[in-house]
Design a binder for this molecule. Structure first.
Ligand code: FAD
Length: 403
């Protein structure tokens, strides 16, 4: 039976990309996006330009409202409360129900909660959506003492933005340096050291409790050290939002399990973006990705699959991050074994490469090296054998090696 209608639950990058690709690929049936936050908007600026006040809410939107009218894509403001997969029905929390031939779950992820006493009080901040960013921004006046628990991508970006807004920032993480699996040890060390060099107090420690006090909160670390702060933000990663899928009986395991077509364990339901995790035909589960481009790519794949078209080939996964005026990019995977080659300029690491035993590149990360990472991506995707000595040489243009 020809596809006549699609409901997309979640209007983040993955849901938006699925809708946009359905239309770009010629689908003329009904497309509906459901999201309690209304018009689809972009999240990466929330810890960067939006937090800094350099982007307006309007500038966060993934497309102008007029575009949705032109494309005949309905955006329903509401929260999906339950699914009836066999019938293709989505029940909304306000009592409405919508039906379609296929449903795409693009519910994203939710911040991980710190499981320590005091972490569940309403005063502890997190940063996942626009309301979180608005709340945080309103509290960031010059001199405010902000303690951030978690120095990963979001924690580090927020620390950098808060510092720029005049806050006194303390950054706490049990691991030093964090982000080794994302960018390799050398770049992780360089990036982490930038915090202290810019005036952030960096503490390696494990938070054990958060206690409200008259002027804010006191964080007690294992070992007894305490940190006083006016505001506490927790940024310790996210968990896939599988609530709807699990309730509907779909297979989940740290993500809604999907095949390479983004199809879940029910033939009527697809899942994309941060919420989805690929299960290979042999049962092995891939690591779930939590990056913007992955969200966009999986939305496109789901659209192609829904229309019975050839699946796009996206190649190695890519992400970026910005902090303290530097731009970080990574492609492929820096986590795991193999050989690590570091490229330094004037004794400072600028890029890292991970090679397998045969010398093929598996991953690359760089600071202020967008062109280099793009070339590395081509090397990974085309499985070009590379000379480690050339990778390490800052005067060798990687683009020549990628031809
Ligand atoms: C502050 C921040 C900064 C980031 N910076 C970067 C970066 O620099 N580089 C990078 O590569 N990635 C970055 N990311 C990650 C990137 O934004 C995510 O990977 C991407 O947003 C995932 O898209 P998604 O559509 O899967 O999920 P989301 O963007 O989380 O969207 C999910 C949507 O589903 C909706 N939803 C959930 N449950 C329901 C329901 N029951 N009914 C209806 N709707 C529902 C939510 O309201 C939400 O709008 C950042 C993320 C954050 C939060």
């Amino acid at each position: 039976m020809a596809l006549g209608s699609v409901i997309i639950v979640g209007g983040g990058m993955a849901g938006f990309a699925a809708a946009r690709e359905l239309r770009a690929r010629g689908f003329s049936g009904r497309v509906t996006i459901i999201d309690p936050e209304g018009m689809p908007y972009d999240r990466p600026p929330l810890s960067k330009d939006y937090l800094l006040g350099r982007k307006s809410p309007q500038q966060l939107l993934l497309a102008d409202p007029a575009w949705f009218s032109e494309q005949d894509i309905a955006v329903v403001t509401g929260k999906a409360a339950a699914l009836m997969p066999d019938e293709g029905i989505v029940l909304l929390a306000d009592g409405r129900s919508l039906a379609a031939d296929k449903i795409v779950l693009a519910t994203g992820a939710v911040p991980r909660r710190l499981e320590i006493p005091g972490a569940d009080t309403g005063s502890v901040l997190e940063l996942r959506n626009r309301d979180d960013a608005d709340k945080l921004r309103a509290l960031l006046w010059p001199g405010v003492r902000l303690a951030i628990i978690g120095a990963g991508l979001i924690g580090a970006e927020t620390a950098s933005a808060a510092l720029a807004l005049g806050a006194q920032v303390t950054l706490i993480d049990p691991v030093s340096p964090p982000l080794v699996p994302a960018v390799g040890a050398h770049l992780a060390g360089r990036l982490h050291a930038m915090h202290a060099a810019r005036g952030i107090e960096v503490i390696t420690g494990v938070p054990a409790a958060i206690t409200p006090d008259p002027s804010g909160s006191t964080i007690t670390l294992a070992g007894g050290r305490t940190v006083s702060a006016d505001q506490v933000l927790v940024g310790i990663g996210v968990a896939a939002d599988t609530t709807l899928a699990a309730f509907a009986g779909l297979d989940t395991d740290n993500g809604i399990l999907v095949d390479e077509r983004q199809r879940s364990s029910h033939p009527n339901i697809y899942a994309v973006g941060d919420a989805a995790r690929v299960r290979l035909p042999d049962g092995r589960l891939l690591r779930r990705a939590e990056h913007w481009e992955h969200a966009r790519n999986t939305g496109a794949t789901a659209a192609a699959a829904l229309l019975g078209q050839e699946l796009p080939n996206h190649g190695a996964s890519w992400f970026w991050s910005d902090r303290h005026g530097v731009h970080v990019e990574g492609v492929g995977s820096m986590a795991g074994g193999g050989t690590v080659v570091v490229r330094e300029r004037n004794g400072v690491p600028v890029a890292s490469f991970r090679l397998d035993v045969a010398g093929y590149m598996l991953g690359c990360a760089a600071v202020d090296g967008g062109l280099l990472v793009r070339a590395a991506r081509r090397i990974i995707d085309r499985a070009i054998l590379v000379d480690p000595a050339k990778l390490a040489d800052p005067d060798v243009d990687l683009r020549k090696m990628a031809r």
